[in-house]
Design a protein around this ligand. Structure first.
Ligand code: PMV
Length: 332
């Protein structure tokens, strides 16, 4: 079996940093067809294909510089060296750095961290892009996507704007995000954040637990493959109803398979269910709005620009993202 070190050696040759400091931005991404389970734990290879939409200018800005001591801050808060975030960061850097260089990493996220809003995806994607500059690897995006995937699976989709797919393939060198060419200017994502606190169980742990204990995991995978195909054609045809219905169905299938794990994993809070009811109420009134939920209690709403005023009025706390709006200074 290929281990991480030898896998990285196939992708890049480790060398000395070219500069002492580098920065990069990467967008968060929201999965419409979710990644939930690994067929290779070491290399983060998924059991199913997934498909996401990136959140434009919402994501992570990461600066990395050579330092005397390893140091991590997120949103100007120093992260303890005993924390999971610190360990994940420096395990990742140890893989990609040739010797015992120490780094100071500063990340600022303009989405809540660890609340199921894909901040780890944008973080590892931005960190990989910053490393590409620090080491002057000049690596193609497919390579950087493979590297980011080792930090967090869904990070491989955060290297791009717009719709991105990640296929379930057996060759780890081909397991990267692939941007779709469709641009859908009218599409809006509403972030409904009622709980910005850290989730109780990480998606990494939760997906492994689901995979190893749910009697329905195999059905989830079979269904997810179908959802992926339907979502792909909904995007090609710009069929919003099909996109919304399928994304919402995929979400509820995901949370159902988590509920069937032993013990059950429950990310929803009473406020989540209350908001789901409100979305369904709007739909009963003829408004085309759909929801998606990841490993956290918050919801993301999918709708079109024409319904923006109505929906924003209904959900006063909604933060609206235009995923296809031009993003300044985006040079991965
Ligand atoms: O990449 P991870 O390990 O943070 O897992 C992401 C899991 C979901 O956000 C729930 C789904 C997805 O495809 O992004």
């Amino acid at each position: 079996m290929v281990n991480k070190k030898s896998y990285v050696a196939q992708l890049i040759s480790l060398k000395k940093p070219a500069v002492t400091s580098a920065s990069a931005f990467a967008p968060a991404n929201i999965a419409l067809c979710k990644y939930w389970g690994k067929k290779n734990l070491e290399l983060n290879l998924p059991t199913t294909p997934s498909l996401s939409i990136s959140l434009g200018n919402r994501g992570s800005n990461v600066n990395i510089s050579i330092a005397a001591q390893n140091y991590l801050s997120i949103n100007n808060q120093v992260v303890a060296s005993t924390s999971t975030a610190f360990k994940r960061t420096f395990d990742f850097l140890n893989l990609l750095a040739p010797n015992d260089i120490k780094f100071a990493v500063q990340s600022s996220n303009n989405i809540p961290t660890g609340a199921g809003l894909a901040s780890s995806a944008s973080y590892f994607a931005a960190l990989t892009l910053a490393l590409n500059k620090l080491y002057n690897w000049q690596a193609p995006l497919t390579t950087l996507s493979c590297l980011a995937r080792l930090g967090s699976g869904s990070a491989c989709r955060s290297l791009y704007h717009g719709f991105v797919k990640w296929l379930n393939c057996d060759d780890p060198l081909q397991s990267y995000g692939i941007p779709l060419t469709t641009s859908w200017e009218e599409l809006r994502i509403g972030l409904l954040i009622f709980d910005p606190t850290q989730k109780s169980i990480s998606s990494r742990q939760a997906m492994l637990h689901t995979q190893s204990t749910s009697p329905f995991y195999k059905s989830w995978c079979e269904n997810s493959i179908k959802d992926f195909e339907i979502l792909h054609s909904a995007i090609n045809q710009k069929n919003f109803q099909l996109l919304g219905e399928t994304a919402e169905y995929n979400t509820f299938s995901l949370h159902a398979v988590m509920l069937s794990a032993r013990p059950a994993i429950i990310y929803s809070k009473p406020s989540t269910l209350h908001a789901i009811e409100k979305v369904h109420e709007l739909r009963c009134n003829g408004v085309q709005v759909y929801l998606t939920q990841d490993a956290g209690p918050n919801l993301k709403l999918l709708f079109l620009e024409k319904d923006l005023a109505y929906i924003s009025n209904f959900f006063s706390e909604l933060e609206v993202v235009s995923p296809f709006a031009k993003v300044d200074n985006w040079a991965p």
